[in-house]
Design a protein around this ligand. Structure first.
Ligand code: BES
Ligand code: MN
Ligand code: ZN
Length: 504
């Protein structure tokens, strides 16, 4: 699909579909009134007949019959103005695209609603993301042609209010940069979704490593190092290796590096949990909880895919993406309850639950990052605890850090990119839950504060390196779709990673 800027008035736009947003009651929406006047009252009649009330996800498709150059007008319900923020445009644009696709439109123009001073580039970016991400489907294993049918839309125009003036070269450049940024983010989000949705039988640690290598191959600025079990043993990654021991699939430790052409401003590491399947190990999960556990590599998928967008767009920072990938299985080789593991930094850990495996693999990944990469800042992304979903619900990530500045900066980026994240306190008092009588600590606390004790466990390994932990157990995948997000893997955190790491 090709995106372009439309500076002419939308009522004159030449396209199969012109779409516009309606904020609540159509009778009092200015855009609706304008269109209704152009269409000689027909639009209001149609709205009445079809009970179109401008609610989110409602659409009204109207054949213009030659009254304007466009063949059809689609009014897209946006809900009350007060609820609108720029990120709402992802779902609105996805809804407009889906309704246009339904009538077989090849060209679409969407009128961008006014978003306030300086917000237009972000708005354009989100429209591109919404259209592409809303059209995403995981079709690899569907055999009917109908299910695999691609979108009919070839050209998608974004109309901005230029007050009748032709945009200057500088304005056109800003619009193009916004479109390119949206396309790069959307591509990375869809790639992450593909990695997450692929069954664990094929999306193995080795397959994830191959994915990282394929991305590195496409960018001169990206290199990748993949460590196998022998190299990890050499480095003393006793926790990471123990988790993977029960699987016939070999573990892979992935380290991607993006180096800017000029001298880097900062060195930043992003670390992803990469459990390709989490059976729970000997602390076996019940069937219903295990069903979806191919998503347990969503953190790895996010950081690996984000590197693609980061390299495409370019940034002033040196970025390291790290993913410790393995499978948590049951077998005669699997790690046991009561085992004592020695981590890469020498800390010993007694295992009281083999299902708390993510913190073990991440602990060693954090030590590797802290000692080998020595970053100025590090961020980890992990489908770490069901407790985080109990605390915040299924759509919000838990953010934990003892570094105020870093946590605030990250949360601001999340706010701008429209991904729901909320800070949880790393209460030191809860550390008592991790006490062991035979080792330096144990890997699991009790039921209450489970997201926080997991964060405190990781903090042990982060030590004094500025660090933020993001628990994405909920939002990494959804069972209830939204227009820009079909059910399954979401690619959560990719948008905020790009927002945070690539200056506009
Ligand atoms: N991968 C799970 C967490 C998870 C749960 C992710 C639901 C996505 C959706 C993690 O490894 C896990 O099993 N956590 C345990 C921790 C417990 C044993 C302390 C949990 O949440 O029950
Ligand atoms: Mn687990
Ligand atoms: Zn897990």
């Amino acid at each position: 699909m090709e995106f372009h800027h439309v500076a002419d008035p939308v009522t004159k736009a030449q396209a199969d579909v012109v779409a516009f947003c309606v904020f609540g009651d159509p009778g009092s929406d200015p855009a609706f009134k304008t269109w209704n006047a152009v269409l000689k009252g027909g639009l209001a009649d149609a709205a009445q007949a079809e009970s179109f009330e401008g609610k989110p996800q409602q659409t009204l498709t109207f054949l213009t019959g030659g009254a304007v150059p466009a063949k059809r007008i689609i009014a897209v319900g946006a809900g009350p103005r007060a609820d609108f923020n720029v990120a709402s445009l992802r779902d609105l644009a996805a809804t407009a695209a889906a309704a246009s696709n339904k009538v077989g439109a090849r060209s679409v123009v969407l009128a961008l609603p006014s978003t306030g001073a300086g917000r237009e580039p972000l708005a354009i970016q989100f429209v591109v993301e919404g259209v592409v991400e809303g059209g995403y489907r995981f079709t690899r294993y569907l055999t009917s042609d109908d299910a695999k049918k691609p979108s009919t839309i070839g050209r998608f125009g974004i109309a901005t209010d230029t007050k009748g003036k032709k945009p200057t070269a500088a304005q056109a450049k800003v619009v193009k940069a916004a479109i390119d940024r949206g396309a790069a983010v959307a591509m990375a989000v869809c790639r992450a979704r593909d990695l997450i949705n692929e069954p664990a039988a094929t999306m193995t640690p080795t397959a994830l490593a191959a994915e990282a290598q394929a991305i590195a191959k496409r960018h001169a600025t990206v290199t990748v190092k993949v460590l196998g079990p022998a190299e990890c043993a050499e480095l003393g990654m006793g926790m990471f290796l123990a988790v993977g021991k029960g699987s016939d699939e070999e573990p892979r430790f992935i380290h991607m590096t993006y180096k800017p052409k000029k001298k880097a401003t900062k060195r930043i590491a992003i670390i992803g949990k990469g459990i390709t399947f989490d059976s729970g190990g000997y602390s076996l999960k019940p069937s219903a909880s295990m069903e979806d556990m191919k998503v347990d590599m969503s953190g790895a998928a996010a950081v690996i895919s984000a590197m693609d967008a980061i390299a495409t767009l370019g940034t002033t920072h040196e970025i390291h993406a790290i993913a410790a990938c393995c499978e948590n299985m049951v077998s005669g080789h699997a790690y046991r309850l009561g085992d004592v593991l020695t981590s890469m930094d020498g800390t010993t850990v007694e295992i009281n639950n083999t299902d708390a495996e993510g913190r073990l693999t991440l602990g060693d990944a954090i030590t590797y990052t802290r000692t080998k990469v020595e970053p100025d800042e590090m961020y980890d992304f992990a489908t770490l605890t069901g407790a985080c979903m109990v605390a915040l619900g299924p759509y919000t990530a838990g953010v934990m850090s003892d570094n105020e500045g870093l946590a605030k900066g990250w949360l601001q980026a999340a706010e701008r990119s429209g991904e729901d994240m909320w800070r949880l306190p790393l209460l030191p008092r809860l550390r008592e839950q991790l006490k062991s009588s035979i080792a330096d600590m144990r890997n699991t606390g009790d039921r209450f504060g489970g997201a926080i004790t997991a964060g405190l466990f990781l903090k042990t390994f982060a030590r004094d390196t500025p660090w933020v932990h993001v628990d994405i157990a909920g939002p990494a995948s959804v069972s209830t779709a939204r227009p820009s997000q079909p059910r399954g893997g979401t690619g959560f955190a990719v948008a905020t990673l790009v927002e945070h790491l690539v200056p506009r």
